[in-house]
Ligand binder design. Sequence first.
Ligand SMILES: N[C@@H](CCC(=O)N[C@@H](CS)C(=O)NCC(=O)O)C(=O)O
Length: 215
Amino acid sequence: MIKLHGFVLSNYYNKVKFALLEFGIPFEEVLSMPSQDEAFLTHSPLGKVPFIETEHGSLCESQAIIEYLAAAYPEKAMFSPDPWEAAKERELITFVDVHLELVARNLYKQAFFGGTITDATKGRTEKLLIRHISGFRRLAKFTPYLRGDRFSIADVAGFASLPLVGMATQAIYGRDFLLDVGIDWKPYVKAINTRPAAQRVTDDRKAYVDAQRQK
Ligand SMILES: N[C@@H](CCC(=O)N[C@@H](CS)C(=O)NCC(=O)O)C(=O)O
């Protein structure tokens, strides 16, 4: 059975976990924190989570994992069977993961972890995010899902990462850059959270946070 390594506060771990649950692919979770230990790097060469262990070996990078799962379990139809639709789903995932989340990640140290980032980082990140979010706004439908009235794999990425973009920009700049362009991500996330797979991801994350607080 597939082993999913990572921890439930990681958005990329939750992206893969949501997909596995949503599409009914059996897996077990293994609590693993990012690490630069030699043994860890043999599974995930940058020391990041998530990675999966399979009968073939280890695989990291959430989107590579999703693509592997989609190819290995064609009957699950993780992407749309229509080639154009499937490409549009991948386009949205790239926007969420690369153009939004990866850029907003520059803010996390100060936004979430009590550290400090430089004014140069704030300025550069602001410019990039404003441009990328405005592009994303043109692409994503939010009626109510990213591709329109049909839930898709793109929403798995959106659910996992859009809240971080909104919260990080709010924390650093005093305004939510997503909300600024009319992307009200809270009802979007709430709508997706009605799905049992998403609810499980949310519940597990909350349980972990509560357990940490009680320590
Ligand atoms: N592009 C990677 C990003 C994974 C990633 O950034 N994971 C974070 C946790 S959310 C991590 O392991 N960070 C530790 C580090 O950067 O050393 C993916 O899609 O899986």
